[in-house]
Design a protein around this ligand. Structure first.
Ligand code: HEM
Length: 139
């Protein structure tokens, strides 16, 4: 990685930089909505869509509020629903490699729709791969 890229990525780890770059709470809600829109559109995501409730209203809200804290902004999910640990929260959902890849594809497509700097989008995709792997509970 170039020194310049390393410096940019280090700056993302300061304070609530990521939350601000994502457009604050409204931006997090937009990313969540775009993510779930992709899940409804992409044929590759048909199966993971079927694991969700038929009405995605609550899922869209929960994930958007979760993203606020995940991007080092206010802990909006925790304020509304209490603490969450991702792996236990997904333990009742069968998630293997295909489900993980489908989830990451929805996120990649959703990020393509955002006006964030490209470097930030790439950084986020690398970040999301880590919790996605932690949520996997099947070979
Ligand atoms: C790896 C593939 C993943 C799959 C297949 C998946 C699937 C699901 C499903 C089906 C639900 C809805 C559960 C329900 O309402 O009954 C859910 C909830 C949720 N997921 Fe995921 N998920 C994945 C990864 C992730 C990742 C990486 C994150 C965060 C970065 C995340 C964050 C959340 C949150 C915040 C909720 C709401 C939890 C709640 O309050 O019930 N998920 N997920």
């Amino acid at each position: 990685m170039s020194e310049e890229l390393e410096q940019i990525q280090a700056s993302y780890r300061e304070g609530d930089t990521q939350f601000q770059l994502a457009g604050g709470e409204a931006g997090c809600m937009k990313l969540s909505n775009d993510f779930y829109d992709q899940m409804e559109i992409l044929p590759e995501a048909k199966h993971i869509l079927s694991l969700h409730p038929a009405d995605l209203t609550e899922s869209r809200k929960k994930f958007g509020l979760f993203l606020c804290g995940y991007l080092n902004g206010p802990e909006r999910y925790e304020q509304e629903y209490g603490p969450i640990q991702l792996a236990p929260a997904h333990s009742h959902i069968p998630i293997g490699t295909d489900e993980k890849e489908a989830w990451l594809l929805c996120m990649k497509k959703a990020l393509e729709l955002q006006t964030y700097p490209e470097t930030f989008k790439n950084f986020l995709m690398k970040r999301f791969a880590i919790p996605a792997e932690r949520c996997r509970n099947r070979p």
